[in-house]
Design a binder for this molecule. Structure first.
Ligand code: D6G
Length: 852
């Protein structure tokens, strides 16, 4: 009896924490009462003087904006001090160039990093609002598609937390990733007009405005020393305007900058037409120019060779490098004889995939054509400055720009790339004489009917460092895609397994679990995730396990409430929450999950008393608007959900839901409520995955293939605490070599055959029975991601999942051990490895200049 009573008392305390928020602030400069009073004052001031509203006219959005501005004010002093310290100490800075920053919401993150969560909750409460409602008013900054963009956002948080002088540079898209609605089971896209009500976190910096040039032609002449010089002339120009967002570290005074560029037409450009009296043309050309930063391309892991995309890439890279050089010059003494000699000692530029790789030719162009540096010196400085991360080996995702397009948009860059390539191939030819095949493979220019610029090859040749994002992925790069380069430059290659920030992905999204953990082992895990190891000893503690289950159950009830309200499906919080949330992509194999669902449905139908564990299978994810198969799979999931959820024989044994508009803030709702994390990509296709880490950190067990970082998760949590199934990357490769025959699996496995026949035959879509036949046809004919080969092992593994789930204590023990062993997957660890191994940048603690 005793432990139970104690448990109830704790439960009450836990409950309290989820409504009130986090533990007290880390270092209250003033008493909390005073802090709350100051926050309320500041809030009232912003409502009145920034927004011109009073208590009668203020909307909930006004309240959110006032709270956001109040919190932003508290970042400003630290922001200015941090930036001044970087100048005073003349530190080396790292510039993280990324076409995507999937930041999500900023308010909650700022509150925990500033240690103001509790006080702000109190202040907001005193003013008569609910903090949850206020936080829901914030639009996600959805400036990314998936893993690559979210990684950039996690890195920004870790860089600031590690006090590394760092900048994120990208594009301020007016429209981020589209909004997904589900209408009649189909995905419908609507525009994400996230800036409609303003963005209180950004500050426009019209003083940092750069001209970015496109098109035109190159003129050559000899200068007074007889050297050949190039001039890029008759260009069409666009202006890039900076918008800065402060990025606070976790309770450490550091505030870094994320600088995003917005396109504006130049005054000269407008005037040209005005002078000719063509007002309409001037206005429409202005609008045309500004489309560069209008919209994020909604593709994940697919290259779409659009001219506008190439312009986006060059636009942000050119503005960024101009800004980097401006900042570099500020710290150089005018008398220095070689003003750029120290450039790589002060500047590290990182390419988040090949999207900013034009930067290599842009820095060369500036060194050669503007700064007058000779080729060899310019090249040496460039290579020492750049580092490159590869994010995928999927062939359809590799950027290859047609030479004709590149030449037209960026004629001088094309010349420089040809010259980089010529010199590189000369070296290869010396080392491997007459090896034409090798030259063809390594060339930056892909020969063929249409010549193309291989951005990955340019990135490797122009960087001193190349890395993959999980151990398996980095090995595949070395042995496969980049083998020739690894052979000549083994020292350039390394692995940096991805990570996630535990501040957002545990502390903020799961306050119940975070509080329970902190109660037992203290707060050290917030900046040293390995501290979670201390939880191992509690995995056997029945009281702790009870509390652990209670936290998960509360999170599940909350998600069930959301599902009931939004999707009108009642799901049982006692059922196993089986979550498959990520971009919709064939290689991620949502279809494999679908086939399991159908086979489960058939088993229950055949025997309603079958001993299956009740499951709620939750899907969420966006499909690229032009990706027909992925969109059809969404419709298939929804069609199956309709049939399963309304079948009276199935009762509560199986429910299927598709949650629309997956986003960072949606992930924060789903992940804390998950029991099972589906990470079932074909081995060798998912470079790392980071969703896998977020789920495990929130106590979900993983069912997964030996792909990407799943392998390292298995190594950390132990084989007995993860459900691994399916062909390995090597086995997949040899199946492919042998000539893969999906029909064989269809012939051999009656469960699989039945499931496929039902889908193809219209069982789930009576009104349009042929609708899903193409999905099945493609599986039976090609099945490029080997869904059928992994079906039987997957179903067998899911059977084990079900059996384990029924043993509540065993499941909870495994759940605790997963969390306890997640130390390695902090983005703090990843970023430290980049800082030490690639960038050569050091932490700089920030102390205030007035000593306070
Ligand atoms: C950020 C923070 C602000 C600083 C500004 C310019 O907006 O304090 O003054 O950047 O810094 P630099 O770009 O000149 O380094």
């Amino acid at each position: 009896m005793k432990p139970k009573q104690k448990g109830n008392g704790r439960k009450a305390a836990l409950k309290e924490r989820t409504t009130v928020g986090q533990r007290p602030a880390f270092r209250p400069a003033v008493s909390q009462d005073k802090e709350v009073a100051q926050l309320k004052d500041s809030f009232a001031n912003h409502l009145k003087y920034s927004l011109a509203k009073d208590e009668y006219s203020a909307t909930r959005l006004d309240c959110y904006t006032s709270v956001a501005l109040t919190i932003r004010d508290r970042l400003i002093r630290q922001w200015i001090e941090t930036q001044q310290a970087y100048y005073k100490k003349d530190v080396k800075r790292v510039y993280y160039l990324s076409l995507e920053f999937l930041i999500g919401r900023t308010l909650g993150n700022s509150l925990i990093n500033l240690g103001l969560l509790d006080s702000t909750h109190r202040a907001v409460h005193d003013l008569g609002y609910r903090m949850e409602d206020i936080r829901e008013m914030e639009f996600d900054a959805g400036l990314g598609n998936g893993g690559l963009g979210r990684l950039a956002a996690c890195f920004m948080d870790s860089l600031a937390t590690l006090q590394i002088p760092a900048y994120g540079y990208g594009i301020r898209y007016e429209y981020g990733i589209f909004f997904q609605k589900i209408i009649d089971g189909y995905q419908v896209e609507t525009a994400d007009n996230w800036l409609r009500y303003g963005n209180p976190w950004e500050i426009e910096r019209p003083e940092f405005l750069y001209i970015v040039r496109f098109y035109g032609r190159v003129e050559q002449h000899h200068d007074e020393h007889g050297s050949l010089r190039h001039q890029w002339v008759d260009t069409r120009d666009v202006a890039a305007v900076a918008f800065d967002t402060p990025i606070p570290g976790f309770r450490n005074n550091t505030v870094n900058t994320m600088r995003l560029w917005s396109a504006k037409s130049t005054r000269e450009f407008d005037l040209e037409y005005f002078n000719h009296g063509d007002y309409e043309r001037a206005v429409s050309d202005k609008a045309q120019t500004e489309t560069i930063s209008k919209v994020l391309y909604p593709n994940d892991n697919v290259f779409e060779g659009k001219e506008l995309r190439l312009k986006q890439e060059y636009f942000f890279v050119s503005a960024t490098i101009q800004d980097i050089i401006r900042r570099y010059k500020k710290t150089q003494t005018a008398s220095s004889p070689h003003p750029f000699a120290a450039f790589p000692d002060k500047v590290a530029i990182h390419l988040n995939d090949t999207h900013p790789a034009i930067g290599i030719s842009e820095l060369m162009r500036i060194f050669l054509d503007i700064e007058g540096i000779g080729w060899d010196d310019a090249w040496d400085l460039t290579v020492r400055t750049f580092g490159y991360t590869n994010h995928t080996i999927l062939p359809e995702a590799l950027e290859k720009w047609p030479v004709t397009l590149f030449e037209r948009v960026l004629p001088r860059h094309m010349q420089i790339i040809f010259e980089i390539n010529r010199r590189f191939l000369d070296q290869i030819n010396v080392r491997f004489p007459n090896d034409v095949d090798r030259l063809r493979r390594m060339s930056v220019i892909e020969e063929g009917y249409e010549k193309r610029v291989r951005m990955a090859n340019l990135s490797i040749i122009g960087s001193h460092s190349v890395n993959g994002v999980s151990a398996l992925h980095s090995d595949i790069l070395k042995a496969g895609l980049f083998r020739d380069f690894y052979e000549i430059w083994p020292e350039r290659f390394s692995n940096k397994t991805n990570g996630i920030t535990q501040r957002r992905w545990l502390m903020l999204c799961n306050p119940g679990l975070a509080g329970l953990i902190t109660d037992r082992i203290g707060e050290a895990w917030t900046t040293d995730l390995y501290a979670l190891r201390k939880l191992r000893q509690y995995a056997k503690d029945p009281v702790f396990r009870d509390d652990w289950r209670e936290v998960k159950h509360r999170n599940k009830r909350r998600l069930a409430g959301y599902i009931a309200e939004k999707i009108r499906v009642r799901v049982d919080p006692d059922s196993l929450f089986d979550c498959h949330v990520k971009r919709m992509h064939e290689y991620k194999r949502q279809l494999l999950n679908v086939l399991h669902v159908v086979s489960l449905y058939n088993r229950i139908k055949a025997d309603p008393s079958a001993d299956v564990v009740p499951r709620t299978v939750i899907f969420a994810g966006k499909a690229a608007p032009g990706y027909h198969t992925a969109k059809l799979i969404i419709k298939l999931i929804n069609s199956i959900a309709d049939v399963v959820n309304s079948d009276p024989y199935i009762k509560d044994l199986l429910k299927v839901v598709f949650i629309s508009n997956y986003s960072v803030s949606m992930a924060a709702k789903i992940i804390p409520a998950a029991d099972l994390s589906e990470q079932i990509s074909t081995a060798g296709t998912e470079a790392s995955g980071t969703g896998n880490m977020k789920f495990a950190l929130n106590g979900a067990l993983t069912v997964g293939t030996l792909d990407g970082a799943n392998i390292e998760i298995m190594d950390e949590v132990g084989e007995e605490n993860i459900f691994i199934f399916g062909h390995t990357a090597a086995e997949i490769e040899s199946l492919r070599q042998q000539g893969y025959d999906p029909g064989k699996y269809y012939g051999e496995n009656p469960d699989l055959r039945l499931a496929l026949d039902m889908i193809a035959g219209g069982y789930f879509c009576r009104t349009h029975p042929e609708l899903f036949r193409p999905v099945v046809d493609s599986l039976l004919r090609h099945d490029p991601y080997m869904v059928l080969a992994d079906f039987a092992p997957y179903v067998a593994c899911q059977e084990k999942v079900g059996v384990t789930y029924k043993d509540k204590d065993l499941w909870t023990r495994k759940s605790i051990l997963n969390v306890a062993n997640m130390g390695f997957f902090s983005a703090d660890r990843t970023v430290k490895e980049y800082a030490d191994g690639i960038w050569g940048v050091k932490s700089l603690p920030i102390t205030f200049s007035d000593g306070k």
